[in-house]
Design a protein around this ligand. Structure first.
Ligand code: GLU
Ligand code: MG
Length: 457
């Protein structure tokens, strides 16, 4: 759906069109701080009400709002962004619209979509758009005797690009891809990933806000279709210790108002530019911002206790985890946090549990810090970092990403540039919740501990 035309069409026109397509309800959807889709079903006749004043929700019932239980500020209003209104073909009769949070008549600064909007607006002041291609990896599991796992035929030691299990899941994948295409996502690639039970679906990039909205739509569609087929769709970052986890890589590039890519050197420009990677000086500044803020961004991009089981440097049965553990960038280098490919930056830090609005907002804030302060990127790392010894890494000055949620939260708390950009109330809510999650995990006595220590001491 074209954003400009849809916003200028009246609510009545949109109601008429949707009714003609058999739509009875609109799912008025917002995204909570943990990245989960939440909302209300609104009968189509009441669409105007959710544009203004908005759909009302009890503020403190939503994770991460920090709103009080009474008074004017206890009500969270989600105002429909009509540019996102469209049918969900996998659920005939139902459409979805994304909401922006408002409290006491003002844009709510702890609403993830508003947080991203603010960073998008900062870019717009320069006439720029951040284009982002989000690459969801996920597990598609079936219930067996030992709980959820890959379907019984999916057992290869190195399962990347396996054709048999991919084909066995074709009904689900086809319904998902057809539905998403009807929503304009433009699916162009589907494959079996490097863990048994793991797949990846790729669809076209979009501007940052739309990319986040699209990712939420992708998750809603996949959850629904998997459940209908008796399967579990999971975006838990690392469900199985001995298999690779699920990343949500961001392919990033800036474009100017005419759509011209700003990370790429033009034809014939100074050979391949600095470091020979074909990137523009602006791209290197953006990269330098990302690398400088990588420890704090880790909390936003890898926001669960489980995320850090993915970010370890260890190997998996299939040979490698393909997840980053070190802060650096390099030419087509999947062993560091930023891979330079096709004159874009592939930011490999995010995992599939990230809230896309917050992670993208953090990325923009970090990149803009690099640009506004003319930061210089260190030299690229064009070696396999997994293979290096600790001494070789130290020689290159390669720093490790935070290795647990507690360390990442501490890095975010200490990063005043990100806190200023994302807003102190959002950062406070986020770090308080995540710190509590980390402490609860630390206090938990696991089966691993009892198995190892109970009988030993
Ligand atoms: N699954 C890997 C990760 O956790 C990425 C594999 C790939 O490069 O596609 O980031
Ligand atoms: Mg992948």
């Amino acid at each position: 759906m074209n954003r400009t035309t849809s916003t200028t069409r009246s609510v009545t026109e949109q109601q008429r069109e949707l009714a003609a397509q058999g739509i009875k309800y609109v799912f008025a959807q917002f995204t909570d701080i943990h990245g989960a889709a939440k909302g209300k079903l609104i009968p189509l006749a009441y669409l105007a009400d959710i544009v203004a004043p908005g759909a009302g929700f009890s503020g403190p019932s939503i994770w991460g709002t920090g709103l009080p239980r009474n008074g004017a500020r206890s009500e969270y209003y989600g105002r429909a962004d009509l540019a996102t209104l469209q049918p969900m073909p996998w659920m005939p009769g139902y459409a979805r619209v994304a909401l922006d949070g408002y409290v006491a008549g003002e844009a709510f600064d702890a609403c993830p979509r508003q947080v991203l909007r603010k960073q998008v607006a900062r870019l717009a002041q320069y006439g720029w758009t951040l284009n982002a291609g989000l690459e969801p990896e996920f597990f598609l599991l079936e219930k067996g005797a030992k709980g959820y796992d890959a379907e019984s035929g999916d057992t290869l030691e190195k399962p990347s690009y396996d054709s048999k299990s991919l084909m066995r899941k074709r009904d689900f994948l086809d319904q998902l891809s057809t539905g998403l295409d009807q929503c304009g996502l433009g699916v162009f690639q589907i494959d079996h990933e490097d863990a048994t039970g793991q797949f990846e679906v790729n669809y076209r990039y979009a501007d940052a806000l739309k990319a986040a909205d699209n990712f939420m739509l992708f998750k809603m569609a996949a959850h629904h279709l998997a459940e209908e087929q008796g399967m579990l769709f999971s975006m838990m970052p690392k469900p199985f210790a001995d298999r690779p986890g699920s990343g949500l890589h961001f392919h990033l590039s800036l474009a100017d108002a005419s759509g011209k890519p700003l990370f790429a050197l033009g034809a014939g420009e100074a050979e391949q530019g600095e470091h020979g990677l074909g990137l523009s000086p602006l791209a290197y500044q953006f990269m330098a911002g990302l690398l400088r803020h990588a420890p704090a961004l880790t909390a936003l991009c890898a926001p669960t206790v489980n995320s850090y089981k993915r970010l370890m440097c260890g190997e998996s049965l299939s040979g490698t985890s393909w997840a980053p553990a070190f802060i650096g960038y390099g030419e087509n280098n999947r062993t560091v946090v930023a891979r330079v490919v096709y004159q874009r930056i592939e930011w490999r830090l995010p995992d599939s549990s990230a809230n896309p609005y917050l992670a993208l907002a953090g990325v923009i804030a970090a990149g803009l810090d690099g640009i506004e302060n003319h930061l210089a990127a260190s030299a690229p790392v064009n070696q396999d970092v997994y293979e290096m010894t600790a001494a070789q890494r130290a020689e290159l000055g390669l720093q490790m990403l935070p290795q647990n949620l507690g360390a990442a939260v501490a890095a975010l708390k200490a990063d005043t540039v990100l806190a200023d950009a994302l807003g102190t109330s959002l950062v406070k809510e986020f770090t308080t919740l995540k710190q509590a999650e980390w402490l609860e995990y630390c206090q938990h006595v696991s089966a691993w501990e009892t198995a190892r220590y109970l009988d030993r001491y």
